[in-house]
Design a protein around this ligand. Sequence first.
Ligand code: AKG
Ligand code: FE2
Length: 331
Amino acid sequence: MPTAGTPVRQLDPHAVHELTEAAQHLLLSSSTGHGSDWSRLMSRAPDLAASLSVDIRHACRPADTPAGLFVLRGIPVDDTAIGPTPGHWSSAGSAGELYDAVLLLLATVMGTPIAWEGQQDGRFVHNIVPSPGHEEEQTGASSTVLLSPHTEDAFHPGRAHLLILGCMRNHDAVATTAASVREVDLSTADVALLSEPVLPILPDDAYAEAQSYAGTPQPVPTLWHSPTGLTLRYDPAYTPLDRASEEHRAAYARLSDELVRVSTAVSLEPGDVLVVDNDLVVHGRVPFKARYDGTDRWLKRASVRVPRRRTRPAAEQDEHGYGQAAVEAFA
Ligand SMILES: O=C(O)CCC(=O)C(=O)O
Ligand SMILES: [Fe+2]
């Protein structure tokens, strides 16, 4: 069970049936005989998503509490049928592709799915699995370290508005952590300091190519007021804090402490779909010991842009994004 306090939106059996039928239809109509043609599949997703019932659309409405997240529950996962957990994203192939299609449909109801050429081969649905040799990284492939709270793809102006994590398997109940900026208690002075563009956010280890980008990293604000309230862009593991003044660092540390204070742990169960507002909520993961025997924790991840959402500072339009481009589905 997710920790008490996480809003859970239960899908009824009828909605689940409808969703899985639509996902199966999407896969069948995009089958090439040896896998799925994902560009064909993506092009068919909008019509199918638009035909889904009001129950599903209602379940996909924006997060409506300051926690900025919710869990969709009720989708069954057959632990045997999905096969072993892949040892690395690059060997996942079509493993669990029914759930890729389910996540893409949900993502399409919520907005426009995005992918990154420089990450997981440009796939729209990523496989998050612990991988040998990556145990201590600050990426989804790690395990033994705390994956510290972060905004997803914080280095980039095209980052997702919503992050969707679908659970395939989680035998050890390893928790995802989440903390909302709308729940922190910070002084007006600290908010003002952290609203100044002082520090850049560098590309994370999942983006090898962006890390060798030759341009100068551009400083960005950590906090700002958007029309809906306080909003953040935060990834301390990739922020060169030593470039800031002592005063700025102290304010940043107070924000970090507050995010820890309000943090919740969400232990996803198979079939759970966690939807996180990436403008309000930072997420991470507690440390765990990988099994590396085919029964490891396995999540699917999709990223969504919400058309016409105006939560980002105008100055972001001038950022170079370290040469990376977010690829929008149906563009
Ligand atoms: O493993 C998790 O629960 C979250 C990993 C993560 O940060 C991500 O998938 O973006
Ligand atoms: Fe993440």
